[in-house]
Design a protein around this ligand. Sequence first.
Ligand code: MBD
Ligand code: FE
Length: 288
Amino acid sequence: MHKKQIEELAVRISGTQSKPADARVKAIVDRLLVDIFTVIDDFDVTPEEFWSALSYLTELGQSNEYALLAAGLGIEHYFDIRLDEKEAAAGIETGGTPRTIEGPLYVGGAPVSTGEARLDDDPDVGEILFMEGQVTDTAGRPLAGATVEVWHANTKGNYSFFDKSQSPFNLRRTIKTDAEGRYRFRSIMPSGYGCPPTGPTQHLLDRLGRHGQRPAHIHFMVSADGYRQLTTQINIEGDAYLHDDFAFATRDGLIPAVTHHTDPSALKDRGVNGPFATITFDFTLPHA
Ligand code: MBD
Ligand code: FE
């Protein structure tokens, strides 16, 4: 089919309107149809291929993996790029901590505390982790009472709520910063995440010749009145996938140094009975 015929068909379909439409939805669907017809035409897609694609989408939904695939195809990352661009174009304040994707595994309503928290509720064999830092504005002024939501995987790369073997809200907390804008928490070092190996996202990634792995990381959502909400992650340095994240979320400025402590006197000072790691990471929020 020629481009002109595709457009004529799309116009004919679009014109079968008998009541008021949602103009934006209609415009997007009209455009999607042209793009789908064009792909079918350019690649000579067979009906069998098309019906199998629909089965794939059904399976994707039944497995609750739509958002996982969106991350894997870089679509979630693309929204970050656009937000960065829009902020730059709007001429509003820039220079805060870089944003990166939220991912599909955030859960609201985690236990709230002020200043500090312990995140690990379940027994696990991970290295103990102490992380702390300060939330400031771009001039370095501390933001007291800011909200730091933190969530991360366990040593198997699994997240509570989605992994029903973990306690509710294991490795998920909301910490309000203290009077100096500081937060600190004790947790365990997460492992990297891998897409469910027999799920539809990994099936498609296999056909694209791609892996479905993420480096070990910790998610944050930081907010304070009058400032732009920041959704971001830090990556754990040394991870084999540090610069090969299937979800494209690694960014400069989000890979803090990790210090590992094994010295008995350091363990004693921290009141722990095993090796631990420390990370310091500050969050900078531009004005809203
Ligand atoms: C994750 O832990 C994650 O953060 C993303 C973006 C996708 C899959 C698993
Ligand atoms: Fe994650």
